[in-house]
Design a protein. Structure first.
Length: 183
C-alpha cells in the first residue's frame, strides 16, 4: 500500500492533469509512480524534465534501461526493477541481457565498462577511482557519455529512493531484486 497517495487524473489540478496526459500519450498509460509524484508539481516536473533530458542524450535507450536496472538492483527497488524490466521487454532486449544487467554483467566490453562505472558511482557516491574512469574511456566511453551516465544514475536514484519511500504499488509484472528473491 502506498505511503503517499496516488493523485488520480480526475482529482489532479489542471497542470498535473496535463502532465499526466503527456505521459499517457508517450507511454500509453500513466504509471502509479507518476500519479504519486502528482502530489507535488515540482517533484513531477523535475522527474519529467530530467527523464526527457537524458532520453535526448547519446546513450542508446537499451543502455539507459540497463543502467536503470543496475541502479535499481543496487538499491533493492522492486518498483523500478519491475518497470524497467517491462520497458526492456518492449524494446526487445532479451531477458537474459536484462537479468545480466541487473547483476552488473555484460558480454560487451563497452557495456561492461558502463555497468562497472554505474556500480561505482552508486557505491562510492561519485568518488570513482581513476582506474574505473580509465577503463570506461579505454572501452570507448567519452567524457560526454560519462556525464550522461551520471545523469542517468541521478534520475534512477531519485526514482528508486522515491518509490521505496512512497512504497508505490507496482503496476507492472513484479520483478524482485536478486537480494530479496534469494532471502
Amino acid at each position: 500500500m502506498n505511503r503517499i497517495p496516488i493523485i488520480s487524473r480526475d482529482k489532479a489540478p489542471s497542470g498535473i492533469a496535463d502532465l499526466y496526459d503527456a505521459v499517457k500519450r508517450k507511454l500509453g498509460l500513466v504509471p502509479n509512480m507518476v500519479q504519486v509524484l502528482g502530489g507535488s508539481s515540482s517533484g513531477l516536473k523535475g522527474y519529467l524534465a530530467l527523464s526527457g533530458a537524458v532520453s535526448e542524450g547519446t546513450l542508446e535507450t537499451r543502455t539507459r534501461e540497463k543502467i536503470a536496472l543496475r541502479v535499481a538492483e543496487l538499491n533493492d527497488c522492486n518498483y523500478c526493477l519491475s518497470a524497467h524490466t517491462a520497458i526492456g521487454g518492449l524494446l526487445k532486449v532479451p531477458s537474459e541481457e536484462l537479468e545480466s544487467a541487473r547483476a552488473g554483467e555484460s558480454p560487451d566490453s563497452r557495456e561492461q565498462a558502463i555497468l562497472d562505472l554505474v556500480e561505482l558511482i552508486v557505491k562510492t557516491r561519485g568518488d570513482v577511482p581513476d582506474a574505473i574512469l580509465d577503463d570506461a574511456r579505454s572501452a570507448g566511453v567519452g567524457n560526454g557519455e560519462i556525464i550522461e551516465i551520471v545523469a542517468n544514475v541521478a534520475l534512477n536514484l531519485f526514482t528508486n529512493y522515491f518509490n521505496r519511500l512512497a512504497r508505490t504499488e507496482i503496476d507492472f509484472p513484479l520483478v524482485r531484486s536478486l537480494e530479496t528473491a534469494t532471502a
